[in-house]
Design a binder for this molecule. Structure first.
Ligand SMILES: Nc1ncnc2c1ncn2[C@@H]1O[C@H](COP(=O)(O)OP(=O)(O)O)[C@@H](O)[C@H]1O
Ligand SMILES: [Mg+2]
Length: 234
């Protein structure tokens, strides 16, 4: 469904990705792992069109998408829930969620889609009129994912959904993400905690200093000495 190969990305003068690669099959749930600063967000931002790669290929459902503007990529069926959620703090929960269904293909179905996401995340309905900044971190994460779903994506990418959340909230969010996946949305998510990520995803890719250094099935990665070296430094 998604294939990234040979990706080089510059952030100003700094090269953040060096030939990075990744592939996601339709229906899968895949984790993108790597230490802080290894280029995970840069890779995801390149897929969603927020960054323009210097070299490499990104194809989605067989079509090249590298370099397309972000709004066109949403229209193709990829939604991106950004690192730190990036809600509009002074817009209401409902307004934030509603904005996710802006592009032409999603607009007509907004009301139905809103009902669907409000059922998946009851917090959306319960706090509909409240400014987004008044919600807890976990609630805000749910609103951000709900906003992403409003675009009716076939691929949903989430950058660090669990960062800073309490264990019960992580469990709750994990359940919701599993359900989204079961309902037919392919998932790619970023997470720095290897055990957590691989307990949720079926497969993972590990970035180190801007390069894809290991990938495989979750059970395999959990046993990998290479993964141990990268995350435990020995
Ligand atoms: N605007 C920027 N200009 C220069 N370097 C940046 C910029 N943003 C991020 N970086 C650097 O690029 C590298 C990759 O960043 P990022 O993709 O955000 O990593 P990750 O998501 O894996 O933590 C990091 O070393 C980071 O410090
Ligand atoms: Mg990041």
């Amino acid at each position: 469904m998604l294939e990234v190969s040979g990706l080089d990305v510059l952030l100003g003068d700094y090269q953040a990705l060096w030939g990075a690669r990744l592939a996601v099959e339709r229906g899968e749930m895949v984790a993108l792992l790597g230490p802080n600063g290894s280029g995970k967000s840069t890779l995801m931002n390149s897929v969603s069109g927020l960054l323009r790669p210097r070299a490499g290929a990104i194809t989605f459902e067989g079509e090249p998408i590298a370099g397309l503007p972000a709004h066109r990529i949403v229209g193709r069926g990829i939604a991106h829930v950004l690192e730190r959620r990036r809600l509009f703090p002074y817009l209401s929960v409902r307004q934030n969620v509603w904005l996710g269904g802006y592009h032409a293909a999603a607009r007509g179905a907004r009301e139905a889609e809103y009902q669907r996401v409000a059922e998946l995340f009851p917090i959306v309905a319960a706090r509909a009129g409240q400014p987004a900044h008044t919600l807890s971190g976990g609630e805000q994460q749910m609103v951000a994912i709900a906003r992403g779903l409003m675009a009716r994506p076939r691929l949903l990418m989430i950058d660090e959904p669990f960062l800073g959340l309490a264990p019960q909230v992580v469990a709750h969010l994990t359940e919701a993400i599993r359900r989204i996946n079961r309902d037919g949305v392919t998932l790619l998510f970023i997470e720095q905690n290897v055990e957590l990520a691989l307990s949720i995803a079926a497969r993972g890719y590990v970035l180190e200093s801007g390069r894809t250094v290991v990938d495989g099935r979750s059970a395999e990665l959990l046993r990998s000495p290479e993964v141990r070296r990268i995350f435990l430094g020995g």
